[in-house]
Every structure is written in structure tokens, then in C-alpha cells.
Design a protein around this ligand. Structure first.
Ligand code: KIV
Length: 272
């Protein structure tokens, strides 16, 4: 059995830092409900992210923007009830922290109080500096999120790779340093060139978790529905599928329908 499965201690932000220091990669995956979170936690995941990607994979929206505080709180409560070991991180939804730092800290406090999450994740750099400072001053650990930030999709206009241009890469590097200096415990970097992610990972002492950011970061995160092949509409180059649950589930459901139609289910043993 691997050491990460033998190690029953709760994962904390401090332990993630220690993992970076000793070169142990950090595993992170999204979950939105009790049953899946329970499986993922028992498998030995380090960080479970209640992502606002719930908007896409749970609710069928085309962007993450419609997600509300109430919806994120509901998903986070379901996940929290299941998770015994992993660090539970929750996305603050679009509109709950941008623009007004007082509103931001209220949102973060509400999220922590009502869900029992261990930390929150927010998207952005210098433009949300005040919100980051206020949330941290309330004692709430923050994971930053830079590069492709889906809550700003209307500003970018595309989900293409970010920071290929020198000026954007420079701003990204500065934002990463800013987040570390402010006191964020980690940063997710989404869809940026691998060499840029490597440089940032080397310069910062806090853990860098990549999604579409290449192999030279401190850990990896994926959306659960994508890596399990439940959601087959999304096939970016960075995605590795570990199962084809769409087909597995469809086949099981087809067999069930057939058994019902043919009067084969339930049989005598399955009846009272
Ligand atoms: O919402 C989410 O699932 C995320 C990951 C893509 C990092 O933010």
C-alpha cells in the first residue's frame, strides 16, 4: 500500500506546505456530493475541491457564473459530511467577493460557518487584493486561482491557454508573488504554459497546483466528471480520462430497462 494511503492524518494547509518542501506531489480532485466525496476521500485524495464547476457538471450551465452562495453551500455541506481525511476547499462563487472586500469577508465567513470547510478558493490577483487581505485577517485560509480564471470568461472571451504573451506572463508572475506575500497557502494555476508554471513553482514556497499547467508544479487538480469520463463533451489536451463511466452507467441502465421490460427483474429471490 502506498504511503499516502497508510497516512491517516488529516490533511492541513501546513501538511501541504511540508509536502511541497519534501517534493511529494499533491493530489486534488473536485466533488460536489456525499457519495462521490466519500469514495474520493477513502481513495486517499489530499485535497477535495467543491468547485464552482458544479455549475457545468452538476447543473448544466455553460459557464460557472450562475452559481450562487446557497448552491455552493449546499454542495459543500454534502461533501463535508463525507470527508474524514482530505482538506476540503470550497470555491466562493462569482459575485460574492469581487469589488467589495466587506462583502468578500462576509461571504467567506458564511461559507466557513455553514459548511465546515477547511478553506476557500478565489480567482484573481491584484484586482482582488483588498478582499484577500480581509478574508485572511478573519483567519480563513485562501487558495488563489490564476491563469485561466473561468469566472472572468466574459473578459477573456475564450477558454484558450493564458499567459503566452510576455506581458500577461509577467503580470501572472507578479500576481503569484503577491498572493504568496499576502498569505495565501497555495495557488491553482489553470491552462498556462508548462515552462511558466515551472518557473513560478520554483520561485514560490507555497504549493502550486496545476490544471493544464504541465508536470513541473507541486500537484494536480482535475474535475471529477471529466477524469471519470462521465462528462464526455469536454476533451481538452490536458485531460487524462481514468474511466469511461458514461458508457459503464449507460450500459447498466440499459440492462436494467431490458430486465424490467422483459419481466426478468425482480426475480423470486429479489421479492418478499
Ligand atoms: O471549479 C473548479 O472545478 C475549479 C478547478 C477547475 C480548479 O476551479
Amino acid at each position: 500500500m502506498s504511503t499516502y494511503l497508510e497516512d491517516k492524518r488529516n490533511v492541513t494547509t501546513q501538511r501541504l506546505l511540508e509536502m511541497k518542501q519534501r517534493g511529494e506531489k499533491i493530489s486534488m480532485l473536485t466533488a460536489y456530493d456525499y457519495s462521490m466525496a466519500s469514495i474520493i476521500d477513502k481513495a486517499g485524495m489530499d485535497v477535495i475541491l467543491v468547485g464552482d464547476s458544479a455549475a457545468n457538471v452538476m447543473a448544466g450551465h455553460t459557464t460557472t457564473l450562475p452559481m450562487t452562495m446557497e448552491q455552493m453551500i449546499y454542495h459543500a455541506q454534502c461533501v463535508r459530511r463525507a470527508v474524514k481525511r482530505a482538506l476540503v476547499c470550497v470555491d466562493l462563487p462569482f459575485g460574492s467577493y469581487q469589488g467589495n472586500s466587506k462583502h468578500a469577508v462576509q461571504s467567506a465567513i458564511q461559507m466557513m460557518k455553514e459548511t465546515g470547510a477547511d478553506c476557500i478558493k478565489i480567482e484573481g490577483g491584484s484586482e482582488i487584493k483588498d478582499s484577500i487581505e480581509r478574508i485572511l485577517s478573519a483567519g480563513i485560509p485562501i487558495m488563489g486561482h490564476l491563469g485561466l480564471t473561468p469566472q472572468s470568461i466574459n473578459k477573456f472571451g475564450t477558454y484558450a491557454v493564458r499567459a503566452r504573451e510576455e506581458s500577461e506572463a509577467q503580470k501572472l508572475i507578479e500576481d503569484c508573488h503577491l498572493l504568496e506575500d499576502l498569505g495565501c497557502f497555495g495557488i491553482v494555476l489553470e491552462k498556462i504554459p508548462a515552462q511558466l508554471a515551472k518557473q513560478i513553482t520554483g520561485e514560490l514556497s507555497i504549493p502550486i497546483i496545476g490544471i493544464g499547467a504541465g508536470p513541473y508544479v507541486d500537484g494536480q487538480v482535475l474535475v471529477m466528471h471529466d477524469m471519470l469520463g462521465i462528462n464526455k463533451d469536454f476533451s481538452p489536451r490536458f485531460l487524462r480520462r481514468y474511466a469511461d463511466l458514461f458508457e459503464t452507467i449507460k450500459e447498466a441502465v440499459e440492462n436494467y430497462i431490458q430486465d424490467v421490460k422483459e419481466g426478468d427483474f425482480p426475480n423470486e429471490k429479489e421479492s418478499y
